[in-house]
Design a protein around this ligand. Structure first.
Ligand code: GLC
Ligand code: CA
Length: 548
């Protein structure tokens, strides 16, 4: 690998989001921890993961899954120590893997010493660290995000006798980035983790850094200025480390977060995700094709992050009202499945555990532009528990074995912070890593094999994307890079489909199937014809040279 290719490792990497608390417990107190995660790196390497993403593991009252940070440079004791984190980084590096961690810069927990100082000593050094007002009158055009739980972005603090601003829960006061000292403190924490050896950050909730009356307080120019300052420090002091932004926004707004190759290296593509579920339910590519057509080109040094699920609800913020109602009616038949503007379910139960649709969704994820970000447990088709509070139902312990405690911990199961899944067909006794590793026909092996096909072909990470259009039920597109041309054909419908694709724009000497089992495959006069079974997909190499 050349040096420049290496600096852009994130363009071809496969990411894996892993909740430390829920993955593996090393000291048998019932709580997953950093040492436990370290002990599972062989598994993740075997699966084909390049980079871990660790959601917050910092000291926290855990009233929002750790996104309520009480100390930016520590480790929550039940998860381990800073030394454990250093050991994890060493162990991942030895395996050629990378680690990015969440960084929550928009807000802290109200338990953070800065907030405690700010409320009790308004004229002291932390007095201006948060957004305080005598009356809750400003920024009223900003929407409420956690609509299930809060009704206003202002809360009154009895101690200071003023209102404070918060875009999320009332126990998560927003930091005041109008104060330069706030950014200095944040940058010190950024430096702390980069010095320890992390490879970058997933920047949580960044659209909301700066407020301005009369706007919706999202994506404001001042917010981008802050992020550019963070990027400058990263580039100057820690070149090669990356910033991945969480901005749940429309494509034309998200691309602003790439800047001119001087802001974030990566950004999640939120709008495409729900449309994949929509597409396979409607048997129509219309909505997927449309959002990709609406997605502007990104700067050369950047990459999308794509995903099917994560630790939050399946968000429906970036769809039309009609699409949202359709998604809720099809995928959240029980009202309990709804959560804020989304759905509190995991991938496998969303598609009734149907292997064909689980595979198709992954086929789309792995072939569309962007680096795929997998969510722990989805590789074995883990289930959910919609009755747990908030979004906890998709954060239950990883199922390693069929044994008691699912191989996650040997503590008493009723001491686990989140209970093991026990819904029929999804409990550890039928669904676990050990059983699937032993079964070459399992979902786990399928995903590993498919990741390996992708890994050998940089075209999936770096190539151009062309939507081939055509029949509504089949989503066909080309990925191309320096003479390598791969046609990806996805049958979104429940019936068999035949397609005829015009590939005359590319050189086409032969059609080699690199994934899938298309029937009646022919290539003549630059027309590619094939048939696909219900929900089947295939990847076909059109005889380029740079295949590997
Ligand atoms: C992000 C996180 C979510 C958290 C929120 C507030 O959206 O993904 O889990 O609740 O930020 O920090
Ligand atoms: Ca533990």
């Amino acid at each position: 690998m050349t040096v420049s290719t290496d600096a852009e490792w994130f363009k071809t990497a496969v990411f894996y989001e892993v909740l430390v608390r829920s993955f593996a417990d090393s000291n048998n107190d019932g709580i997953g921890d950093l040492k436990g995660l370290s002990s599972k790196l062989d598994y993740l390497q075997w699966l084909g993961i390049d980079c871990l993403w660790l959601p917050p593991f910092f000291p926290s009252p855990l009233r929002d899954g750790g996104y309520d940070v009480a100390d930016y440079t520590g480790v929550l004791p039940e998860l381990g120590t800073v030394d454990d984190m250093r050991d994890l980084l060493t162990a991942t590096r030895e395996r050629g893997m990378k680690v990015i961690i969440d960084f929550v810069m928009n807000h802290t927990s109200d338990a953070h010493p800065w907030f405690q100082a700010s409320r009790s000593d308004p004229s002291g050094p932390y007095g201006a660290f948060y957004v305080w007002r005598d009356q809750p009158e400003e920024y009223l055009d900003a929407r409420v995000i956690f609509i299930d739980s809060i009704s206003s972005n202002w809360s009154f603090d009895e101690v200071r006798g003023q209102y404070f601003w918060h875009r999320f829960y009332a126990h998560q006061p927003d930091l005041n980035f109008e104060s330069p000292r706030v950014l200095e403190e944040i940058l010190d924490a950024v430096r702390f983790w980069l010095e320890l050896g992390v490879d970058g950050f997933r920047l949580d909730a960044v659209p909301y850094l700066i407020e301005q009356d009369g706007t919706n307080c999202e994506n404001l120019p001042g917010t981008h200025e802050i992020l550019k300052k963070v990027r400058k420090v990263v580039d100057e002091e820690f070149p090669g480390k990356i910033m991945l932004c969480e901005a749940n926004q429309w494509p034309n707004e998200v691309i602003e977060y790439f800047g001119d190759d001087d802001e974030c290296h990566m950004a999640f593509h939120f709008p495409v995700m729900p449309r994949l579920y929509l597409g396979i339910r409607e048997g129509s590519r219309a909505s997927i094709s449309q959002i990709l057509a609406d997605t502007p080109a990104i700067p050369p040094g950047c990459q999308w992050g794509t995903f099917l699920r994560n630790h939050d609800e399946l968000t429906l913020e970036m769809v039309t009202e009609d699409e949202r109602q359709y998604m809720w009616s099809e995928y959240a038949p029980d009202p309990r499945m709804k959560c804020n503007l989304g759905i509190r379910r995991r991938l496998a139960p969303l598609v009734d555990g149907d292997r064909r649709r689980i595979e198709l969704l992954h086929g789309l994820l792995l072939a569309l532009p962007g680096s795929p970000v997998l969510y722990y447990g989805d590789e074995i088709g883990m289930g959910d528990n919609i009755w747990l509070q908030d979004r906890d139902g998709v954060r239950t312990p990883m199922q390693w074995t069929e044994g008691p405690g699912a191989g996650f911990s040997s503590a008493e199961v009723d001491t686990f912070p989140y209970p093991l899944i026990d819904s029929p067909g999804y409990g550890p006794e039928v669904l676990n890593v050990a059983a699937q590793q032993a079964d070459p026909a399992s979902l786990l092996h399928w995903l590993r094999d498919t990741l390996a096909i992708r890994r050998d072909r940089p075209v999936f990470g770096r190539g151009d994307f062309t939507d081939l259009g055509g029949a509504d039920a089949v989503f066909s597109f080309v990925r191309s890079l320096e003479g390598t041309v791969v046609v990806c054909v996805n049958n979104l419908s429940a019936t068999a489909q035949s397609v005829e694709l015009d590939v005359s724009a590319w050189s086409t000497s032969a059609a080699d199937v690199i994934y899938g089992s298309p029937a009646e495959l022919t290539l003549d006069a630059e027309l590619l014809r094939l048939s696909l079974a219900p929900y089947a997909f295939c990847w076909i190499n059109l005889g380029g040279s740079g295949d590997a």
